[in-house]
Design a protein around this ligand. Structure first.
Ligand code: SF4
Ligand code: FE
Length: 512
């Protein structure tokens, strides 16, 4: 199916939500096909989180839109290719704000980061192989901007035996691959695991998940598919405490309106037309694509600093409702949470400020600092969560249900005995504790904790990138020269070697 040619542009959150209705998607949840995902009480909070990106664009266009060089018009920043460090930084500022507004994963960064990575990688494939991917990709990107569509990035294969490359797997479908080529395009089969926001998107960009070799030729496929393409099955991922949103009531779900979404996406001979193929067989560029994508995505995890702002606020509120906010250890724990949270943001935004230009004109974030940001994210939210639970107290996990609280006989008893400070309604105290539970043990702990661990690559993936770039021999020389062990003109060395490595940073600082 080619991109739609009508001129409908989604302007508002409501138009976005309505655009998801009536699609003939095959979505399974609890062993049943979901008739209308948008209206499913467990799925709807994730739709609302994406809708918030549209609302932010309406309310704060300076933060959440940018002028597209292709359409000449403002477009949602999630569809914009960064052509300056300011663009990269603004992505981070928008991500923090959306984390603050939703307290969860708003799902659109994968598509944004895939678009940005593909812009430069298609350019460089064409340069090497004389292909025509970059022009096609720009046409697709422009079309998505004209419709203001939501794009999902589908990268993570299910991977089978991790010790074997794709072509040596016992089952060849364990990495997404081309099964058939025709004059019109290709057909793909395989599965992508834990795909963020895929059902809430209009198109998915399918990409390889790791470095590929010559024999993995048929796995080197990048292409766009409409989310409702024939042959795609979605199996919805469960989240801790997810059925609370199906119980009715407004307290126990913790975060009433917003949630994240992950699903397994299974492709069974799904067609991609030539116009939407952006890599076909150029296996040498798979590693570049993965590295550039993660270079963007690992600093996109500043989203967690916005979510962290909510959790710090929740912990401070819980302490206040207990009458404990003046205790020095409480204040100190809030300072510690804030320090950790700002450290995440600082490294992410620094990666953007130290971005550099690629041959295509798109700007790429600094890889070292992006990896340091994501590595912080694999640890610090856990400590912030631990401190939030410390401040919340054990009631957070022993509190009776909303149904008990609303009960004619026992409800008044709970209202009496669960009260903290006399001037704070018991229900307010219950709500803030449920929010902390939601973010550290419940539905949004998926986004705040475990996705922080594994999303955009597990901790070891960042350590590998940090090791590759840590310039240890150069640093040893610096030390050995200062200690008088080797004879080295450190100043001259700095001008050559350090400038090589940090050259792009100096250029950025000088405004070149
Ligand atoms: Fe964006 Fe964060 Fe969700 Fe990833 S986890 S899609 S970076 S909000
Ligand atoms: Fe993610």
């Amino acid at each position: 199916m080619p991109p739609p040619t009508n001129n409908t542009k989604l302007e508002t959150a409501e138009q976005y939500i309505n655009s998801l209705r009536g699609r003939d998607l095959t979505v399974y949840l609890f062993g049943e096909k979901v008739a209308e995902p948008v209206d499913h009480p467990m799925i709807r909070p994730s739709v609302n989180a994406v809708a918030e990106t549209f609302r932010l664009a309406e309310r704060n266009p300076e933060l959440a839109t940018a002028i597209s060089p292709f359409t000449g018009e403002p477009v949602n920043r999630f569809l914009h290719v960064a052509t300056s460090t300011a663009d990269l930084v603004n992505q981070n500022k928008m991500q923090r704000r959306l984390g603050q507004l939703t307290g969860t994963c708003f799902q659109r960064c994968v598509g944004m980061d895939a678009f940005n990575a593909l812009y430069s990688v298609t350019y460089e494939i064409d340069e090497k192989h004389g292909t025509a991917y970059h022009g096609r990709f720009k046409a697709f990107l422009t079309d998505m901007q004209r419709h203001n569509y939501v794009i999902g990035g589908a990268m993570t294969d299910v991977k089978g035996d991790r010790s074997l490359p794709p072509h040596q797997q016992a089952d060849p479908d364990l990495y997404v691959r081309i099964t058939k080529r025709t004059d019109e395009g290709v057909y793909i089969t395989g599965a992508k695991a834990h795909q963020t926001g895929c059902i809430n998107s209009h198109y998915m960009v399918v990409m390889p998940t790791l470095r590929l070799g010559e024999n993995d030729h048929d796995y080197a496929i990048v292409g766009a598919v409409p989310v409702d393409a024939t042959g795609i099955t979605y199996i919805y991922g469960r989240q801790s405490c997810d059925t609370r949103s199906m119980e009715g009531g407004t307290i126990d779900s913790g975060n009433l309106n917003f949630g994240g979404q992950e699903a397994m996406v299974i492709f069974d001979n799904v067609f991609i037309p030539n116009s939407l193929i952006f890599m076909d067989g150029e296996y040498q560029f798979a590693a570049m694509l993965v590295e550039r994508f993660t270079g963007y995505h690992r600093r996109s995890y500043v989203c967690k600093s916005g979510v962290g702002d909510v959790l710090i606020g929740a912990a401070a509120t819980a302490a206040e409702y207990n009458g404990a906010e003046k205790a020095s250890h409480i204040k100190d724990k809030l300072v510690e949470m804030t320090h950790l949270n700002e450290t995440i943001y600082a490294t992410g935004v620094a990666a953007s400020y130290q971005g550099h230009e690629t041959k295509s004109g798109a700007f790429l974030a600094d890889d070292m600092l992006a990896n340091v940001c994501k590595h912080h994210v694999t640890k610090m939210p856990y400590e912030i969560g631990r401190l939030a639970q410390d401040l919340a107290g054990g009631l957070m996990v022993t509190m009776p249900s909303e149904q008990d609280y609303r009960h004619a006989e026992i409800g008044p008893l709970l209202d009496k005995y669960l009260r903290g400070r006399a001037d704070i309604p018991t229900e307010s105290r219950m709500r803030i504790l449920r929010l902390i539970e939601n973010m550290t043990l419940g539905r949004n702990a998926v986004g705040y904790l475990t996705e922080s661990m594994h999303g955009a690559g597990s901790p070891q993936a960042q350590r590998i990138q940090i090791r590759r770039q840590m310039q240890l021999s150069f640093k040893k020389e610096l030390a050995q020269a200062l200690a008088g062990i080797i004879d080295l003109d450190v100043r001259a060395k700095l001008e050559t070697e350090l400038e090589d490595y940090y050259g792009r940073v100096f250029k950025t600082a000088k405004g070149l």
